[in-house]
Design a protein around this ligand. Structure first.
Ligand SMILES: C[S@@+](CC[C@H](N)C(=O)[O-])C[C@H]1O[C@@H](n2cnc3c(N)ncnc32)[C@H](O)[C@@H]1O
Length: 243
């Protein structure tokens, strides 16, 4: 029997998932940044600021921003003087990011089309690895985590920002209605694409809960792992160290 993977609430052939995810992000690339503001009412900017403040980028250190999309995390780290490589599997998302960098006058970022599961970077190339709202889209999360570990130097830091499950009871009911009913409608209104946004919400619900994901990070070889829930775990920052 062939291997299956979850694509939102559906189970699909694992070999097909990557192409389906790629199609989602090709569809949304042009409206991605606008939709992030609309869906989170601007909150994603605060979560990304908090995330980068935890990474503490230092001047000249090499940081890989995996699944970096249109560059939000990379731009923030670049401001600190880090040498940032933005990698993503989707050339359309990277294309939007490169245009944004040009408009902002940001030089020195490296843009690289890569699959998080099979990186072409040499072992021990980076001081830090970041991935924001990307890991839940990857077919084999364990392979991506193993690759993160491989490309980090000894003493390197791993940081992941991802939606998770809030433990605030009242809030989770409101969030359920908001995400399942309103987000696809916003997707239709702003991007003429309810299905892509339905997938993005469903994929949040299928993502492993915080303790399980932290265990996966440990299994990939990271130590001193930590989870920092935001809004009761609606969003979480996971981190670990390579030794
Ligand atoms: C929700 S966006 C996040 C973009 C950016 N990090 C941000 O926070 O705004 C998810 C990104 O993951 C990328 N992605 C999905 N699967 C991937 C994979 N296997 N390898 C690398 N990137 C992947 C998508 O192309 C997309 O750009």
């Amino acid at each position: 029997m062939s291997e299956t993977a979850s694509f939102g609430y559906r189970d699909v052939d694992a070999a097909e998932k990557q192409g389906m995810v790629r199609a989602v992000f090709s569809n949304v690339a042009g409206k991605y940044d606008l939709m992030n503001d609309a869906m989170s009412m601007g909150a994603h900017r605060l979560w990304k600021d908090q995330f980068v403040s935890r990474v503490k980028p230092r001047p000249h250190e090499a940081i890989l921003d995996m699944a970096g999309g249109t560059g939000d995390i990379a731009f923030r780290m670049h401001k600190h003087g880090a040498n940032v490589t933005v990698s993503d599997i989707n050339p359309e998302m990277l294309g939007v990011g490169m245009e944004r960098a040009q408009k902002k006058g940001l030089d020195g970022l490296i843009w690289s089309e890569q699959n998080a599961e099979e990186l072409t970077f040499a072992d021990r190339s980076f001081d830090a690895y970041t991935i924001a709202f990307g890991i839940r889209n990857v077919t084999h999360i364990d392979k991506a985590l193993a690759e993160a570990n491989r490309v980090l130097k000894f003493g390197g830091r791993f940081f992941c920002l991802e939606f998770s499950t809030t433990t605030w009871p009242g809030f989770s009911d409101v969030y359920d209605v908001y995400s399942h009913k309103l987000v696809p409608q916003l997707g239709k209104l702003f991007a003429n694409d309810a299905d892509s946004y339905r997938y993005l919400i469903e994929s949040i619900r299928r993502f492993p809960p915080m303790p399980k994901f932290e265990g996966m990070i440990r299994d990939a070889g990271f130590v001193n792992t930590k989870v920092e829930p935001i809004l009761g775990g609606l969003v979480a920052i996971h981190s670990g160290w390579k030794i």
